[in-house]
Unconditional design. Structure first.
Length: 279
């Protein structure tokens, strides 16, 4: 008799398990498109996928089966190709890609077209460090971004290159190396997948002030018979007393602080190896 009682209990456990697994696999049957948004160049191709449902797929662009030359086309495998020529009236209006799987429609996802010479300009904002700016701009799939910066529109300095995210989108670059309480000009240079460039509008940024009691006392000796060099100086400063002075500092060759980092307890400014004791 004890053995007879175990069998229905075991069978019931297996039935519940199978029911839960079947429910997870089936889901709601509503297809979900990935990526959930995209930014592409004119004529650029991008693969979309429908997840969460199985069966025959029918793709649409702006509600039109397989799209059109003016809205972009999409195959029954989800390969979208942006229009080669974009209507100026819709430069900043996204297209919408959707799919129907076995009669179940998805929500549409926006697809924007990045048109060189007529795209949304980037934005420049301040950060917690008064000598560092944050530059954000949306760029298409396969592109990369650099930011030019200088005291005027000749710029003169360029940041590192940052790639666009998958399917395109916003790229943020921190711009540093600027003196305090100074006006700077900066603009993004977008390197597109086909090798061409697009230039953002010029942006003006004013750096903040560093409290005088935090600045180190730096004296620069320049020799007339030596040719000037480029570059910066990195300092790891040690103060014999206490206070809120800067410890990890970068200066230009005239001794102006152009970057600093506030160290936390127990932190050390590695890999800055040059240490100076400030009296």
């Amino acid at each position: 008799m004890p053995g007879a009682k175990r069998r229905p209990l075991k069978l019931g456990f297996l039935l519940v398990t199978v029911s839960l697994v079947a429910g997870c696999v089936g889901g709601s049957g509503v297809p979900v498109i990935t990526p959930s948004a995209a930014l592409v160049s004119p004529g650029q191709a991008l693969k979309f996928r429908a997840r969460g449902a199985r069966g025959h797929r029918v793709w649409f662009v702006n509600g039109m089966l397989e799209g059109s030359l003016t809205t972009g086309t999409i195959t029954n495998h989800g390969l979208f190709t942006a229009p080669s020529v974009v209507d100026p009236a819709s430069f900043h209006s996204p297209l919408h890609v959707s799919v129907v799987v076995n009669g179940a429609p998805s929500l549409s996802v926006p697809v924007s077209v990045f048109v060189p010479g007529n795209f949304m300009p980037g934005t420049v904002s301040s950060t917690a460090n008064p000598l560092v700016a944050s530059y954000t701009i949306a760029v298409p799939e396969g592109a990369s971004v650099q930011v030019q910066c200088g005291p005027d529109t000749n710029y003169g300095r360029t940041t590192w290159s940052q790639p666009a995210p998958d399917a395109g989108g916003a790229v943020t670059i921190l711009v540093a190396g600027m003196r305090s309480s100074s006006i700077y000009h900066m603009r993004a240079v977008v390197q597109l997948e086909d090798g061409t460039q697009a230039l953002d509008a010029d942006h003006v940024f004013t750096t903040g002030a560093v409290p005088a009691n935090r600045l180190p006392a730096i004296t620069v000796s320049q020799f007339a018979d030596l040719a000037p060099h480029s570059g910066i100086e990195l300092f790891s400063l040690v103060y014999p007393g206490t206070g809120n002075q800067l410890t990890a500092v970068a200066t230009d060759l005239s001794g102006n602080v152009i970057w600093y980092y506030d160290m936390g307890p127990g932190e050390w400014p590695f890999p800055i190896t040059e240490s100076r004791i400030i009296q």
